[in-house]
Design a protein around this ligand. Structure first.
Ligand SMILES: *Cc1c(COP(=O)(O)O)cnc(C)c1O
Length: 448
């Protein structure tokens, strides 16, 4: 190792392969996983993690992999960010759990205060904390239903909202998320999304009018409790709706007494270069769901919104044994402190400019790249048969597996499985990002 290689938490920030992937210790653990862990729990890379920091994941064989996935948009501040680790450790020493509903503790309240400060809009806000994104989405629906006295929930094509019964119903993609798991919760209706690559040139306003027409004709505006939308869709393919789409949907909601819920679970907390992705379009949601990036890797989720909506639920109606666990809440305060101290919104925009420049170069050589989209450190390419919109999932799969063999942790997504998503931790160095895209360029060149 050269003496110049920087380290983060003792982890040298360089890609280094000392075995084929997976190495022997990972292979051994993988065999145990297959024997002991339910087959439905998938594995993107059969490589077991030993340590992670900055932009590197070290596996149990000593391989150093470049992380372009952040554990699915979770470790935005890095996998072992100083203030997350310190605050969580201090909380572990103090106590692990009392249940906030039994004897409360201040970290929970402080997270709710931070959410009120950071989320868009200067109205009075309140929050409730949960364990997972799906749980937050479920609770947003519960709150909207009580507030409006209505049942219907409107979601969009390509949406992903989770894997519980209600959120499976809200999620669009059948395989693998819904296949065989029905019957699903009722009163969930799907409207067409703005999808600029596949929309035939609809403007945001036109796409919104199309969606609103479906809602009004097929559901009825006065039946709708809430519209739930990801401002940039995650699993569905990092689809960024055309400008004007989100504001038009939000405005329709306000006019019709419908609660507008922004599911910011993947896009929130600095990922897109702003605290929340709706800010790029100056939309102020009634409710926001957050999770993933909020707590530097510990399980925490929240619903934040207008105080009068949040408070429409009867006492005892919201909660859960672990919701807002003190260690997770302390970690969230550490993660938020890291985001502020290191100005991670600015860092996300720097990462965007590096990634997009590299992808534009790649696109010149590879007409299979039909679209480059996203914001901040949430960027994707969609691969099609050149000159058509026919998805090329096979190419995406081939590139992904070769890049992974070369030590790059990359994720695919999209309804058609043909989208590559780049979600590096914001703690990654420019050098590692460039190296990852050098590898990707080689892999794509080899396959062309
Ligand atoms: C991941 C995700 C969820 C579900 O979160 P879990 O913590 O996995 O339950 C919901 N909505 C969006 C947009 C997500 O990306």
């Amino acid at each position: 190792m050269s003496t110049e290689t920087p380290t983060v938490n003792g982890v040298p920030q360089e890609r280094r392969l000392v075995t084929d992937l997976p190495g022997p210790r990972s292979a051994e653990l993988m065999a145990r996983k297959l024997a002991a862990v339910a087959g439905g729990v998938g594995t993107t890379m059969p490589v077991f993690a030993a340590k992670a920091a900055g932009g590197i994941i070290v596996d149990v064989d000593g391989n150093h992999l470049i992380d372009l996935g952040s554990g699915i948009a979770v470790t935005t501040v890095g996998s072992s960010a100083t203030q997350v680790v310190e605050r969580a450790k201090a909380q572990l020493d103090a106590f692990t759990h009392t249940c906030f509903m039994v004897t409360p503790y201040d970290a929970y309240v402080e997270v709710c205060e931070a959410l009120a400060e950071l989320t868009p809009g200067d109205h009075d806000k309140k929050s409730a904390l949960f364990n997972s994104g799906a749980e937050a989405v479920e609770n947003a629906v519960k709150i909207a239903r009580v507030h409006t006295g209505r049942d219907a929930v409107v979601v969009f094509d390509h949406a992903y909202h989770g894997r519980t019964n209600l959120t499976m119903a809200m999620t669009a993609k059948q395989m693998p998320y819904k296949h065989g798991f029905g019957p699903f919760a009722g009163e969930v209706y799907r409207a067409p999304m703005s999808y600029p690559l596949r929309d035939g040139g609809l403007s945001g306003e036109e796409a919104a009018a199309r969606a609103i027409d479906v809602i009004e004709k097929q559901v009825g505006g006065d039946q709708v409790a809430c519209v739930v939308i990801e401002p940039i869709q995650g699993e569905g393919g990092f689809i960024v709706p055309a400008d004007g789409f989100l504001p038009a949907i939000a405005e329709w909601c306000t006019k019709n007494g419908v609660v507008f819920v922004a599911d910011e679970i993947q896009a929130g907390f600095c990922r897109t270069g702003s605290w929340f992705a709706v800010e790029h379009e100056s939309v102020v949601p009634d409710l926001i769901t957050t999770a993933k990036g909020i707590a530097g890797g510990l399980p925490l989720a929240a619903v934040t919104g207008r105080a009068e909506i949040m408070d429409s639920v009867h006492g005892g109606g919201l909660g859960g044994t672990y919701g807002g666990n003190p260690v997770a809440a302390a970690a969230a305060l550490g993660a938020i402190a890291e985001m502020k101290e290191h100005d991670l919104n600015k860092r996300a925009l720097q990462i965007e400019s590096i990634i997009v420049a590299r992808l534009l170069q790649l696109q010149e050589m590879h007409p299979a790249i039909a679209d480059i989209r996203g914001r901040g450190a949430m960027i994707a390419i969609e691969l099609t048969k050149p000159g058509t919109l026919e998805p090329d999932a096979a190419l995406a799969g081939a590139i992904a597996s070769r890049a992974r063999e070369a030590g790059i942790v990359v994720l695919t997504c999209g309804t058609y499985g043909n989208v590559f998503r780049f979600l590096p931790p914001l703690s990654i160095s420019d050098e590692l990002l460039h190296e990852a895209f050098d590898v990707l360029a080689t892999v794509m060149g080899d396959l062309a």
